[in-house]
Design a protein around this ligand. Structure first.
Ligand code: PSV
Ligand code: MN
Ligand code: MN
Length: 387
């Protein structure tokens, strides 16, 4: 008998995790970007690579795009995605690579620059109309480096006005998710540094605006699962950007740096009704600087699935009993028992029973796809983070 009960398997069956198109391009640090053979040269090739992840895992049916990095004919791209068995997902805006935005975009002192940034977001919503995407994800690289440099209060007010203009343009079934990040590229203050600010801004807009929680965007030591709990409780957790970090915004494979943290987060997701809830999008926001990108993404979605399975194994009744009776150690034991359960053999068996590869990493490696793209994709410019 499998340790994964039919109820747990039914939840796992429904799980879906969105992949970022930029994970398939080259990325690196400010010191060096290493290229890899077979890296996509355009959005169509990125989608083809993302479809490989879905093919081997059945976990990743949608792909997020970044505008303008993925500019193309979106009708064609949508058809291409559908032909490959995936769909286009969240549209990410970009107001961080233009000289005009040196001192801000949606918060800028100059109304003309604010309007330019607003217009970019309106253009992103036009893209959403063409791709059938539901979510517009806004991450702002705005802030200041020195105390006194900027009028913190004025920038918050302008941010609200700008977001309001974007929000008004959303269709009935579209949403805006506002991502927070505590530092970088600005080092003294960031205009949307934390969940509280994002929550305040999206609450002032309306029901179609939600918070995006990127797991790498918190100060070390932050209790991220508490934030997950609170946002779910408030009905404002719109999406996750999953990744992991040792030091800053490292964008490493989710669950690689701290699997226990991922477990704790997923436990609160389940506890708060966020699993397989259409209001809460599960996305990856990762870059693969030195490892191959497709297997990097396969490993990532498997890590999320594996930790979800473990979190679903928590004996909630026993936990509640221990909590109510103040039995600290029993409660902790129930929690840890689930975390320490190795679900990998049971997941492999389950995959096989559904006609899938027991080991998606091995199946991808044996498929020859990596060798094929390395041979085929010569010439042209490899896509990168920022192109
Ligand atoms: C920058 O920190 C960032 O990683 C944000 O998390 C966005 O989601 C992503 O880039 C793409 O714009
Ligand atoms: Mn992110
Ligand atoms: Mn980030």
């Amino acid at each position: 008998m499998s340790i994964l009960t039919p109820t747990v398997l039914a939840d796992l069956e429904k799980q879906s995790i969105e992949l970022p198109s930029w994970a398939f391009g080259n990325s690196g640090t400010r010191f060096k970007v290493f290229g890899t053979p077979g890296t996509p040269r355009d959005p169509f090739e990125k989608i083809a690579d993302a479809a490989q992840v879905h093919k081997h895992t059945a976990l990743a049916p949608t792909v997020a795009l970044h505008i303008p990095w993925d500019m193309c004919d979106f009708g064609d791209l949508r058809k291409h995605a559908e032909d490959l068995g995936v769909e286009l997902g969240t549209i990410n805006s970009n107001t961080f690579q233009d000289d005009d935005y040196k001192f801000g975009a949606l918060t800028h002192e100059d109304a003309a620059i604010r309007q330019k940034a607003i217009d970019h977001h309106l253009a992103c919503i036009d893209v959403m109309d063409a791709t059938g995407s539901r979510d517009l994800k806004i991450w702002l690289a705005e802030g200041s480096n020195y105390p006194g440099q900027a009028d913190l209060r004025g920038r918050q007010d302008r941010l609200h006005e700008s977001l309001q203009k974007i929000y008004t343009r959303l269709g009935d079934d579209q949403r805006l998710v506002l991502e927070y990040k505590f530092f970088e590229p600005a080092f003294y203050h960031t205009d949307v540094p934390d969940w509280g600010t994002s929550y305040a801004q999206v609450s002032a807009l309306g029901e179609k605006a939600m918070v995006c929680l990127d797991t790498g965007h918190h100060a070390p030591g932050t209790n991220i699962e508490f934030i997950v709990m609170q946002l779910l409780r408030l009905g404002k957790l719109g999406s996750f950007d999953f990744n992991s970090r040792f030091y800053a915004d490292d964008d490493l494979i989710v669950g690689a740096a701290d699997p226990f943290q991922l477990f704790r987060i997923l436990f609160e997701v389940i506890r708060g009704g966020g699993l397989n809830n259409p209001d809460v999008a599960f996305m990856l926001d990762q870059c693969h600087n030195v490892e191959d990108k497709i297997p990097g993404q396969i490993r990532s979605v498997l890590n999320v699935q594996e930790m979800t399975a473990r979190a679903l194994l928590v004996d909630r009744d026993a936990l509640t009993t221990a909590q109510k009776s103040g039995d600290v150690l029993a409660a902790n034991t129930v929690f840890m028992d689930a975390f320490y359960t190795d679900v990998r053999p049971a997941l492999a068996e389950w995959r096989e029973s559904r006609g899938m590869d027991a080991d998606p990493m091995a199946a991808y490696a044996a498929s020859g796809y990596q060798q094929k793209i390395a041979a085929d994709r010569v010439g042209g410019v490899q896509a990168g983070w920022g192109a």
